[in-house]
Design a protein around this ligand. Structure first.
Ligand code: 3PG
Length: 346
């Protein structure tokens, strides 16, 4: 698999598939720019090498063109973070887009409009991928978050251009591989979050490598409801009490979970322990975050709501690695194939 440093990019148009899918507030404001900040290293590497940087990506799940999901505000925020101009163009394929790209000078950065405004992106339409390929001479994928999706810009575009993995994507794989293959023990895994069926499956798979798996209320209920037979039930510790029928863990559970966390050498935490979008259900996740930080364990956290929550409390930098992935992180940790990674290996 090629890395950025293996490519000769000077003067060339580089199509950079980025993680641009940021959470938006009711007024369309960017609630958390962690994914954009994670993309800066690759962008700066390319601009320094005098590439013409053309960033492509998706935002949300639009059905056709939807101004509320335009990437224009993302381009503005990237410009602020980089401290230099980032241009924006309101389409991502076609002659006008090609002309815009041709006007770029080496070292300049351009963000194109949301790929998912075309249904062909999700349908992995080869003609759509071919149209994208006409915009650049090299493809770089730094979008770990969407690497589990077989979409045109993720799996077909890299077959049409010389391709490499971006800096953040590479770091994610390195950290997660180490976590799965060679963790320091005790390894304590904390499983919460809202996609409970996916999480219930994670509990069993991860119990094969973990010493203890701490499970929040709703995920525990889903394990029971779906009659999931645990291969290592002795390693699975479920919540003992709840606030408002599982919308947060209660004080007994905080104490119990913390007693495992304080002895941990490695912690992997996926998904908040309550409905942290509401302040009254944040207590459990906040106390557990504090316990993980105090433990001094090597800590990896991930998943959309948990990321934003930790960011809001200023906790994010206190963890060893915060993943930019949600679904992709789950897919990787449960042994699933990341199609966007496999294609880069070919
Ligand atoms: C994510 O936020 O997990 C990725 O950007 C993928 O988005 P999706 O679930 O809409 O495909």
């Amino acid at each position: 698999m090629k890395k950025l440093s293996d490519l000769e990019v000077e003067g060339k148009a580089v199509l950079l598939r980025g993680s641009l899918n940021v959470p938006l507030g009711k007024g369309g404001e960017i609630l958390d720019d962690f994914r954009l900040r994670s993309l800066l290293a690759t962008i700066q590497n390319l601009t320094k090498a005098k590439a013409k940087v053309v960033i492509i990506g998706h935002l949300g799940r639009p059905k056709g063109k939807d101004e509320k999901l335009s990437l224009r505000p993302v381009a503005v925020r990237l410009g602020e973070l980089l401290g230099s101009e980032v241009q924006f163009f309101g389409d991502c394929i076609g002659e006008d887009t090609e002309a815009k790209v041709q006007d770029l000078n080496p070292g300049e950065v351009l963000v194109l409009e949301n790929l998912r405004f075309y249904k062909e992106e999700k349908e992995n339409d080869p003609r759509f991928a071919a149209s994208l390929s006409r915009l650049g001479e090299i493809y770089v994928n730094d979008a770990f978050d969407v690497s589990h999706r077989s979409h045109a810009s993720v799996v077909t575009l890299p077959t049409l251009l010389p391709s490499a993995i971006g800096i953040q994507f590479e770091k994610e794989i390195e950290v997660l591989k180490k976590l799965l293959d060679n963790p320091s023990h005790p390894l304590v895994v904390i499983v919460g979050g809202s996609k409970v069926a996916t999480k219930a499956a994670l509990v069993d798979k991860i119990s094969k490598v973990a010493d203890t798996v701490l499970v929040a209320n709703l995920v525990a209920e889903s394990i029971k409801k779906d009659n999931i037979v645990l291969s290592n039930p002795e390693k699975v510790v479920t919540a003992q009490d709840a606030v408002d029928e599982g919308l947060d863990i209660g004080p007994k559970t905080i104490k119990l979970f913390s007693s495992y966390i304080e002895k941990a050498e490695t912690v992997f935490w996926s998904g908040p322990l309550g409905k942290v979008e509401q302040e009254k259900y944040q207590e459990g996740s906040r106390k557990i975050a504090e316990a993980v930080i105090a433990s001094g364990a090597y800590s990896v956290v991930g998943g959309g709501h948990l990321d934003a929550f930790l960011g809001a409390y200023g906790f994010r930098d206190k963890f060893s690695h915060t993943s930019t992935g949600g679904g992709a992180l789950m897919a990787y940790m449960t042994g699933g194939v990341l199609s966007g990674l496999e294609v880069l290996k070919k």
